[in-house]
Design a protein around this ligand. Structure first.
Ligand SMILES: Nc1ncnc2c1ncn2[C@@H]1O[C@H](COP(=O)(O)OP(=O)(O)OP(=O)(O)O)[C@@H](O)[C@H]1O
Ligand SMILES: [Mg+2]
Length: 273
C-alpha cells in the first residue's frame, strides 16, 4: 500500500509529461516547414530531448519505488519460512508437533505467501493503471470551449462570408495570429489568399467552420455570426479541404485497391468509368 501510494502521484506526473512531449512533437510536425526555413532543427531537437528527459526522470523514480516491491516480498516470504522451520523443528523435537502436521502447515503458509506476493504485484500495476485511467477520464470529461447557444440557428441561407475586424490568437500563444481582418466574400465568388508559410492562411479558414472562436470581431456566414449557428448545421454547410495531404496514406490505398479491383471488374465485364 505504501509503495502504491508513493508511486501513484509520480505516475500521474508521467502522464502529464507525456502530454507535453506530444505537444512538442505536434508543434514540430505542424510547423516543419517553418522549422526548416529558419534552420531551427537543433532547437527543436533540444526541446524534444528536454521533454523526453523529463519523462525519463519521473518514470525511473516511480519504477524504482515499484521495483522495491519484489525484494521486500521475497524478504517477507523467506523470513517467514525460516521462522516456521525454526519453531517447527523445535516443536517437533519437543514432540508437540508431528512431522505431517508441520509439512501441511509449511505448504499452506507457502501458498498464502505466494498469493500475497501476486497480490502485491497486482497492486503495484494498479497504481500505473489508475493513473492512466484518471488521465483518460480527465480528457474525456473536459468540456469543449465551443458550445452551441440554446437558440442556435439551424439553417444557412447563403454562402456569403464576412470577416468583421477579426483578430485571433491561439489559446496558448502570446501574439495574435490574425489582426483586424476585414474580408467580404459573396456567395459563388472564388478568392485566393496568398502568403508565406506560417502567415495564418489555414487559421483564417478554420475560423469559418468555427474550429476556433475569434478573439475579437466576428466571422459571419450568410450575415449571421458563426457563434449563433448550431455547430452541426454550420459544419455541414462549410467544407474545408486542407492543402497538406494529412490523409496521405489514403491515395495509395485507393490506387492499390483500384489496381487489385480492376481484374475482377474486367471479369464481370463492368469497367470503372
Ligand atoms: N493549434 C495551434 N496552436 C498554436 N499555434 C498554432 C496552431 N496552429 C497553427 N499555429 C501557428 O499559427 C501560425 C499560422 O499557422 P497556419 O497553419 O495558419 O499558417 P499557414 O499560412 O496556413 O501556413 P502554410 O502555408 O504552411 O500552410 C503558425 O505560426 C503556426 O505555428
Ligand atoms: Mg496552411
Amino acid at each position: 500500500m505504501l509503495i502504491v501510494s508513493k508511486s501513484r502521484p509520480l505516475f500521474r506526473q508521467v502522464f502529464k509529461r507525456y502530454d507535453q512531449l506530444n505537444r512538442v512533437v505536434r508543434e514540430n510536425l505542424r510547423g516543419i516547414r517553418v522549422v526548416k526555413t529558419y534552420g531551427q532543427q537543433d532547437a527543436e531537437t533540444a526541446k524534444f530531448k528536454t521533454a523526453s528527459g523529463n519523462i525519463f526522470k519521473v518514470f525511473s523514480k516511480a519504477q524504482r519505488i515499484v521495483a522495491l516491491n519484489m525484494p521486500l516480498m521475497q524478504l517477507v516470504i523467506n523470513t517467514t519460512m525460516l521462522l516456521l522451520s525454526w519453531f517447527g523443528a523445535k516443536l517437533i523435537v519437543g514432540q508437540q508437533l508431528e512431522v505431517g502436521q508441520f509439512v501441511s502447515l509449511f505448504s499452506y503458509s507457502t501458498s498464502i505467501l505466494f498469493s500475497l506476493n501476486m497480490l502485491s504485484m497486482i497492486f503495484s500495476q494498479l497504481s500505473v493503471s489508475q493513473a492512466s485511467a484518471e488521465r483518460v477520464v480527465e480528457v474525456l470529461n473536459s468540456d469543449s470551449a465551443i458550445v452551441d447557444k440554446p437558440t442556435a440557428l439551424t439553417s444557412v441561407a447563403t454562402g456569403d462570408i464576412d470577416f468583421d475586424d477579426v483578430s485571433f490568437r491561439y489559446p496558448d500563444t502570446k501574439t495574435d495570429q490574425l489582426q483586424h481582418i476585414d474580408l467580404h466574400i459573396k456567395s459563388g465568388q472564388t478568392i485566393g489568399i496568398i502568403g508565406e508559410t506560417g502567415t495564418s492562411k489555414s487559421t483564417l479558414v478554420e475560423l469559418i467552420p468555427r474550429l476556433y472562436d475569434v478573439t475579437a470581431g466576428a466571422v459571419r456566414v450568410a450575415g449571421n455570426d458563426v457563434r449563433d449557428y448550431d455547430l452541426k448545421t454550420l459544419r455541414d454547410n462549410v467544407s474545408v479541404v486542407l492543402q497538406r495531404p494529412r490523409c496521405s496514406p489514403v491515395p495509395s490505398a485507393i490506387i492499390s485497391s483500384g489496381v487489385t479491383l480492376l481484374p475482377r471488374m474486367k471479369r464481370s465485364s463492368t469497367l470503372p468509368s
